[in-house]
Ligand binder design. Structure first.
Ligand code: AMP
Ligand code: MG
Length: 392
C-alpha cells in the first residue's frame, strides 16, 4: 500500500502526451494547442466604425457638414471625404480613407442632409477601430499550451484561422465487471443491482471532452476477463476497469491485466474510498482498475483518472486542487488513511456532506466537490483549511 501523495507523484512522473494532430477549428474545442497559432490577417483588416453615426474629416473650426455617403457594414467600396462632407456610417462599416472621427448619432443634430454638433465633443480618432488594433498578420494570438475554449474558437476564427495543431486526446475503453449487474431498463432479480458505474464513467469521460469511448461488459470469470482486457487494450490509449480488483475469490482483474503484460505502477492506496485502486501501463497505454463501489469509482476518477487523462491531453496542473477553503463543519476520522469526502463549496468555504459510504451516491445530489483530508488528521474544526477538488 502506498500513500496518496506517492501515487500522485508516480502518475505525474510517468505521464506523457500522445503526439499531435491537425484539426478543423470547430473540432478543436476542448483540446490543447500544441503549437503557437498566428493570425492569418490583420484584425480589423480595415479601419471601421465602432458606432452608428457620422464619419467626418474633422477641421477644428467646422461644426456643420453635408452628408454625402451612406456606408453600411459590408460595403466594399472605398470613399474619400471632400471638404464639408460627412458620411452616414454604421457599426463595423469601413470608414472613408481620410476620415479622422466618427461622431455617434446621439451627439449630432440632423437637419435634412446637413448635420452639426458641438465641437467640444469631438476627439480625433474617436469611434474608429483602426486596422490591426486587435492583432497583425502573423502575430501569435494563442500560445502553445492554451486550452481551446469557445472564446478561443472565436478569437482564432476572427483572425481567419480554420485549422489548428492540438495534442491528441486519448481513446478510452471502459470494462464493467460483475455478475450482479443489470441494465437500468430491466427488472431486477433478487441479488442483482443496476449497473451505475457505466453511466457515471461514460458521463465523466464525455464531460472532460473524451469522444472516443468503447464500453465492454464481462462476467467474473478469469478467461473472460483476460479476453476482454486483450480486446479493449487493442483499441485504446487508456483502459478503465471497474470492479473485480479487490481481494475476493472472484476478483480477476489484476491477474487478467498482468496476463496481458500490463505492468503495475501501484496497487492499493492508503485512502478511503478506493483503497484497492490499481494503476498500470503497457508501453504507452494506461490502465486504471477501480474498485466497483460506485462512489469510489467517481472519487477515483476525479482524483486519478481525470487529471491523468487531461495531462495526457496536454493540460497543465491537472492534479492541483481548485482552492484551499475553510471548513464549514467539523470532521472526525481515524489517522492512517487519506479521506476523499463529498462536499459542497462556495466562495466562503466548504461543507462536508452526510452519506460518505462508498456505495452511497445520494450526496452527489448536492455535492460539487471532493474534499481531501490528509492521512494523519484525526479531527478538523470549523475554519480548518482543506483542499477542494471540483466534480464538474
Ligand atoms: P467489486 O469491486 O467488484 O467487489 O464491487 C464492489 C461493490 O460495487 C459491490 O457491491 C458491487 O456490486 C458494486 N458494483 C460493482 N460494479 C458495479 C457497477 N458497474 N455499478 C454499480 N455497482 C457496482
Ligand atoms: Mg465484482
Amino acid at each position: 500500500m502506498i500513500a496518496v501523495s506517492e501515487s500522485i507523484e508516480i502518475l505525474k512522473a510517468n505521464i506523457a502526451t500522445l503526439g499531435t494532430e491537425k484539426r478543423p477549428l470547430i473540432d478543436a474545442l476542448g483540446h490543447v494547442l500544441s503549437a503557437d497559432v498566428l493570425a492569418k490577417v490583420n484584425v480589423p483588416s480595415f479601419d471601421n466604425s465602432a458606432m452608428d453615426g457620422y464619419a467626418i474629416c474633422f477641421e477644428i473650426e467646422r461644426t456643420d457638414y453635408q452628408v454625402k455617403y451612406n456606408i453600411q457594414a459590408g460595403d466594399t467600396n472605398s470613399y474619400i471625404l471632400k471638404e464639408k462632407e460627412a458620411a452616414r456610417i454604421y457599426t463595423g462599416a469601413p470608414v472613408p480613407d481620410n476620415a479622422n472621427a466618427v461622431i455617434q448619432q446621439e451627439l449630432v443634430n440632423e437637419n435634412g442632409s446637413n448635420i452639426s454638433f458641438d465641437k467640444e465633443k469631438v476627439k480625433l480618432g474617436m469611434n474608429i477601430r483602426t486596422l490591426g488594433s486587435q492583432c497583425f498578420e502573423n502575430q501569435i494570438i494563442a500560445s502553445q499550451g492554451v486550452l481551446v475554449t469557445p472564446a478561443i474558437l472565436g478569437l482564432l476564427a476572427s483572425a481567419g484561422v480554420f485549422e489548428v495543431e492540438v495534442y491528441i486526446m486519448p481513446k478510452v475503453s471502459v470494462i464493467i465487471t460483475g455478475n450482479e449487474l443489470q441494465k437500468p431498463n430491466h427488472e431486477l432479480e433478487f441479488g442483482q443491482i443496476y449497473n451505475s458505474n457505466e453511466f457515471a464513467l461514460v458521463g465523466l469521460l464525455k464531460s472532460i471532452g473524451i469522444s472516443q469511448i468503447k464500453t465492454y461488459h464481462v462476467i467474473d470469470e478469469l478467461t473472460e476477463v483476460k479476453k476482454t482486457v486483450q480486446t479493449a487494450l487493442n483499441q485504446s490509449d487508456v483502459l478503465i476497469v471497474t470492479g473485480g480488483v479487490s481481494v475476493g475469490d472472484f476478483d480477476f482483474v489484476k491477474e487478467a491485466l498482468e496476463n496481458n503484460q500490463v505492468q503495475g505502477l501501484f496497487y492499493k492506496v492508503k485512502q478511503k474510498p478506493g483503497k484497492p485502486l490499481f494503476v498500470g501501463k503497457k508501453q504507452d497505454q494506461w490502465v486504471f482498475a477501480l474498485p466497483g463501489n460506485p462512489a469510489a469509482v467517481i472519487t477515483c476518477f476525479n482524483q486519478y483518472v481525470k487529471p491523468s487523462i487531461l495531462a495526457i491531453s496536454g493540460r497543465k496542473n491537472t492534479f492541483e486542487p481548485i482552492a484551499i477553503l475553510p471548513l464549514k463543519n467539523t470532521f472526525k476520522k481515524a489517522a492512517g488513511l487519506t479521506f476523499f469526502v463529498k462536499g459542497k463549496y462556495d466562495y466562503q468555504g466548504v461543507e462536508i456532506l452526510q452519506g460518505q459510504e462508498s456505495f452511497n451516491l445520494l450526496s452527489f445530489n448536492v455535492a460539487n466537490c471532493i474534499v481531501k483530508i490528509e492521512d494523519n488528521i484525526e479531527s478538523l474544526e470549523i475554519g480548518s483549511l482543506v483542499e477542494v477538488y471540483p466534480l464538474d
